[in-house]
Design a protein around this ligand. Structure first.
Ligand code: COA
Length: 165
């Protein structure tokens, strides 16, 4: 895990351009390198280092060659709340990588942010893989918010998970 670099653009396009990866997230699949560049620009504009309002994005990288294969974000919507979001290349699914990354961010957050009392994540209710990541990360299912979001224009239920200290 480390920040994204401009040289990651083709790797970002490779995984974020996959319609299957984008199917369960709010962002549309990247079509061109410009879309991936716009993502890096958005990160650059939104990174926030003020305590209590942090926003970080880490690239998930292959140990062997440093290739970017996904991302995990951490944000603090309130000083006592930490939230993660993540995605990884389809070729890397079911290898335990996102669970490992989520556990790493959770450990880092509770060790370094004394104000943190809640660690949360959300996904569409049908996203079994993401729900498992949250469970394996120690978060409890808090319930469904019915038709709480529109996914590519379609109203869908949101599954809410959190670990509360
Ligand atoms: C959701 C996602 C991040 C999971 O990443 P991952 O690295 O494959 O997850 P892990 O390998 O850590 O697996 C975690 C658990 O989910 C299970 N799982 C993974 N993919 C699965 C699938 N397609 N169907 C059912 N279970 C699945 C794993 O088996 C594991 O559970 P287990 O240990 O009980 O067997 C990945 O599928 C993804 O990027 N999807 C597209 C983007 C997305 O949905 N992001 C989340 C938005 S909230």
């Amino acid at each position: 895990m480390s920040p994204f670099r401009p040289s990651d653009l083709p790797d970002i396009l490779a995984y974020a351009g996959n319609e299957e990866v984008a199917r369960t997230v709010l962002w549309p699949a990247h079509k061109t390198l410009e879309d991936s560049q716009a993502y890096l620009d958005w990160i650059e504009r939104n990174l926030f280092f003020e305590p209590g309002k942090l926003f970080f994005v880490w690239a998930l990288r292959k140990v062997e060659d440093g290739k970017a294969i996904g991302s995990i974000d951490f944000k603090q919507p309130y000083p006592h709340v930490g939230q993660i979001d993540y995605a990884i290349a389809q070729s890397e699914w079911r290898k335990g990588y996102v669970t490992e990354a989520a556990l790493t961010v959770k450990k880092w957050a509770f060790e370094n942010l004394p104000e943190l009392q809640r660690f949360q994540s959300f996904c569409i209710a049908s996203n079994i893989a993401s729900r498992r990541v949250m469970e394996k990360c120690g978060m409890e299912f808090e319930g469904l918010r019915k038709k709480a979001i529109a996914l590519k224009g379609i109203p869908v239920d949101l599954a809410c998970y959190a670990l509360v200290k």
